[in-house]
Design a protein around this ligand. Structure first.
Ligand SMILES: Cc1cc2nc3c(=O)[nH]c(=O)nc-3n(C[C@H](O)[C@H](O)[C@H](O)COP(=O)(O)O)c2cc1C
Length: 190
């Protein structure tokens, strides 16, 4: 069993990577394989609305996203982290959600039965909007989802600053533990 953590910030070594790694540590402690992918530095364009995915069951845009979609397909669980950008998810995360989400919907519910959920980090406000935005993606794509002791939001602006938000990190840690339990409960080991 494997959980994939995707950090959706364009900033390398930032807070989104930190909280993704934090959640994945909680999960790997429970004996589940984990992998982190950072979208920082990758070339991921936005959905162009061509609907080729409806016929081809893949995204025809030839950039850095298709290999990530393959990792998503192979995973039992997917955690998606974003920095808050003007009260929403980053444009990288939005592009990933739009493109992989449409492929999934036109491929017999590709993510059906996987476990997943969002993580959010921002300086001051707008976390819950980004959290809700990403929850809508997980919900419509047939994921099994879990909560935590609070919403999965954390605070920090500069690189590494989120390490000081104990409550945020505790929430994300607990979320990771719940993801691990859910993966074990609903995914059949092959
Ligand atoms: C374009 C842009 C928009 C932002 N908008 C918000 C915002 O609406 N609310 C907020 O609390 N922080 C906002 N921030 C701050 C980031 O969310 C914060 O620095 C976060 O820790 C960045 O995560 P990262 O280190 O993973 O890139 C914004 C930052 C940028 C660059």
């Amino acid at each position: 069993m494997k959980v994939l953590g995707i950090s959706g910030s364009p900033r390398k070594g930032g807070n989104s990577e930190f909280i993704t790694a934090h959640a994945l540590r909680a999960i790997s402690e429970e004996g589940i394989e984990t992998e982190m992918v950072s979208l920082a530095g990758l070339n991921i364009g936005h959905c162009i609305g061509c609907y080729a995915c409806q016929k081809e069951h893949r995204c025809i845009i030839d950039d850095d996203l298709p290999p990530i979609l393959e990792k998503m397909k192979a995973a039992d669980g997917i955690i998606l982290a974003t920095p808050v950008y003007f009260s929403g998810a980053s444009s990288l995360v939005k592009a990933l959600m739009d493109r992989t989400g449409m492929v999934a919907r036109y491929s017999d519910s590709l993510f059906k039965g996987k476990v997943g959920g969002p993580l959010v980090v921002g300086r001051r406000a707008g976390h819950n909007f980004a959290f809700a935005q990403m929850n809508y993606w997980f919900q419509i794509l047939d994921f099994f989802m879990t909560g935590s002791s609070y919403w999965n939001v954390a605070f920090g602006k500069d690189k590494g600053e989120v390490a000081q938000d104990k409550e945020g990190l505790d929430t994300i840690w607990n979320f990771g533990k719940n993801v691990a339990r859910l993966v074990k409960a609903v995914r059949v080991q092959v």
